[in-house]
Design a protein around this ligand. Structure first.
Ligand code: GLV
Ligand code: MN
Ligand code: MN
Length: 418
């Protein structure tokens, strides 16, 4: 079978996974929900069909293993995530899992064993939608899961520990999901680009050089709720007006700093009625840059802005760093092999950084990582309009498959040493 036929299956499977959702008319698949269990069950079946042994680890990642030619061989990790944002597209995450699965299926169909085992991770949480903390699944694998995170609660008041338990995991045994680097060659992830660069260059795939660092901050303005009809404007301590000023300060900061992107993606005003002055407003702020120092400086400047806005309006400010991840450099040797695989397929190897976060960020604490991007229609992602073509998916599968053979031709110990 050609990559095209495998790509057709990947497209069909992305469609099938779209039916695993907690909101019937749109894709919303948060961590450790019945919608995730639905996705894990489908993918587990497909992994078994591709000759893999399958288990779910203690945090809820689905793991398929395709054995090497020899029992004591090292292992290469492949993967991406199966959770989604709210009202998501169907390719962010699943495409990487299913394209890697297609490569394993190709090996299985041709009776090929590599000099290393392949372990395919379908990570349980990359987006952080449910608990506002990203990379839960991949952090556990990297041995970097922060136990304090288990006490976080979701919008319904359920703790993360309880959610993991309800999903069949064990919050007390997360250490068992952690891998040690000794027998691992690295981690390679295929992902939809989620930006417009490859489309502008008319290229189906691109090799990732680095992944931007990011900080997620919960900002709270606390003023005083009051009657919308009786409290004169100059006597108000309106938390939502402060938040509005702050949102524009965030935009101004990002516009005036080269390469900085900053977003307020969620805002909650309490008590939340048209005839009540908002007393408390919480915003979720996301700040990213390829350079960690620039990201930090921007966060500090934004905190000063928030303090000034709060002071001028006699409000109190809460500033909680929910999560921070440093920028990650992809491994040069693995990226070079990916580029060779791209060129072997007759495609110009374009290298580009990633502004989006990926499971590779968490895995980079454990092993060398590399990523391959697949062109994204209009650069649209985190949106149901997210789209890829079957031809581009075929190119992605072809490149990943060639990469595996190039790596097999190199001595695994050489790869480890870079
Ligand atoms: C993950 O999709 C991110 O927020 O970059
Ligand atoms: Mn995403
Ligand atoms: Mn993703």
């Amino acid at each position: 079978m050609q990559s095209d036929t495998y790509a057709e299956v990947v497209m069909q499977r992305c469609d099938a996974l779209a039916s695993c959702t907690e909101e019937p008319s749109r894709i919303t698949r948060p961590f450790a929900t019945p919608a995730m269990a639905c996705a894990n069950a489908l993918v587990a079946g497909w992994m078994r069909d591709a000759g893999m042994t399958v288990h779910q680890d203690t945090i809820g990642n689905l793991v398929g293993r395709y054995a090497a030619a020899t029992p004591s061989a090292p292992t290469l990790l492949l993967g991406s995530h199966l959770d989604s944002v709210r009202d998501a597209g169907r390719y962010d995450g699943p495409l990487g899992v299913l394209a890697a699965l297609a490569c394993v299926q190709q090996l299985h169909d041709s009776g090929t064993r590599l000099p290393f085992a392949l372990e395919l991770y379908a990570f349980a949480d990359e987006e952080g939608v449910r608990f506002h903390s990203t990379y839960l699944g991949s952090s556990a694998v990297a041995g970097r899961f922060a136990p304090a995170t288990l006490e976080r609660t979701d919008a319904d008041g359920m703790s993360m520990a309880a959610a993991i338990r309800a999903f069949g995991g064990d919050p007390m045994r997360l250490a068992e999901a952690a891998r040690t680097p000794d027998d691992l060659l690295g981690y390679v992830e295929l992902h939809i680009e989620q930006g417009p660069v490859l489309e502008a260059l008319d290229l189906p795939v691109g090799v990732v050089t680095a992944i931007a660092g990011q900080s997620r901050i919960a900002v709270t303005f606390q003023g005083m709720a009051g009657h919308a009809g009786t409290v004169p404007m100059q006597l108000r301590r309106d938390a939502l007006c402060a938040a509005a000023e702050f949102v524009l300060a965030v935009e101004a900061q990002a516009r005036s700093t080269a390469g900085l992107v900053a977003t307020v993606g969620q805002i909650n005003a309490e008590p939340g009625a048209s005839n009540v002055i908002p007393g408390i407003v919480t915003l979720l702020l996301d700040v990213r840059h390829q350079d960690d120092a620039t990201c930090l400086t921007a966060c500090q400047a934004l905190r000063s802005s928030a303090e000034q806005i709060a002071q001028a309006r006699q409000l109190t400010l809460g500033w909680e760093l929910v999560q921070a991840s440093a920028a990650v450099q992809c491994n040069m040797r693995l990226a070079e092999l990916l580029a060779q695989a791209v060129e072997a397929g007759g495609i110009r190897a374009h290298r580009l950084p990633s502004g989006a976060g990926h499971d590779a960020v968490a895995l980079a604490a454990l092993v060398p990582v590399a990523m391959l991007f697949v062109r994204c229609a209009g650069g649209i992602s985190h949106n149901p309009a997210e789209a890829v073509t079957q031809a581009d998916v075929a190119a992605g599968i072809m490149v990943l498959g060639r990469f595996l053979h190039l790596l097999a031709a190199a001595r695994p110990t050489d790869t480890k040493s870079v």
